[in-house]
Design a protein around this ligand. Sequence first.
Ligand SMILES: C[S@@+](CC[C@H](N)C(=O)[O-])C[C@H]1O[C@@H](n2cnc3c(N)ncnc32)[C@H](O)[C@@H]1O
Length: 198
Amino acid sequence: MAMGQRDWNQDYLEGHTPWDKGAPSPSLLEVITSGELPAQSEVLVPGCGYGHDVRALAQAGCRVTGLDVSATALATAKLANGIEGARYQEADFFDAELAEEKRYDVIWEHTCFCAITPDERDDYVDAAHRLLVPKGLLIGVFFAFAEDPNGDGPPFKTNIETIHSHFSKWFALEWERVPKKHFPTREGEEWLMCWRRS
Ligand SMILES: C[S@@+](CC[C@H](N)C(=O)[O-])C[C@H]1O[C@@H](n2cnc3c(N)ncnc32)[C@H](O)[C@@H]1O
């Protein structure tokens, strides 16, 4: 673990996982059922935690890699395996060597961008750019209605303008909207976006 980096694995060891809803993101299910996810994509889920979104994507016919820095979270995610197309990797999303191993058609973002600090947001966008194939998509749900877009966290909530300012370095916006489906506790907080790697 790098100096100053939060010890996410310790949170999982202590069972301190208030973000975990025990189910895939409703916004992900919305994207899948609306046909906005290209069929049979190779998908990366950074910060996948217990892997609920990984399994939903695999069940939708994608080949999915769930990436997380927490060995403990991934051990639990793997217990629910048996779903063809899902695999897990313990690694740091910011590790530049990851892109030498494999690149993806789609990145699904859900509560990883808000887990990193505001000063790491450009690093996140650089990593997403490295890990996607040309014209690949980053589709994700973001906490985008914070009063202070650089406030304390985690979750480090932000706003739409700030997200645009970071992603526009490497990505072009395809579409964005309020998700129709969301966890009840996150009503009014989420913004669904699709960015294409330029
Ligand atoms: C707020 S949790 C969300 C987990 C999962 N997406 C969910 O909604 O249940 C953030 C997750 O990102 C992981 N994480 C944080 N920084 C990471 C990094 N640099 N690379 C990979 N995973 C990271 C943490 O271990 C944690 O599982």
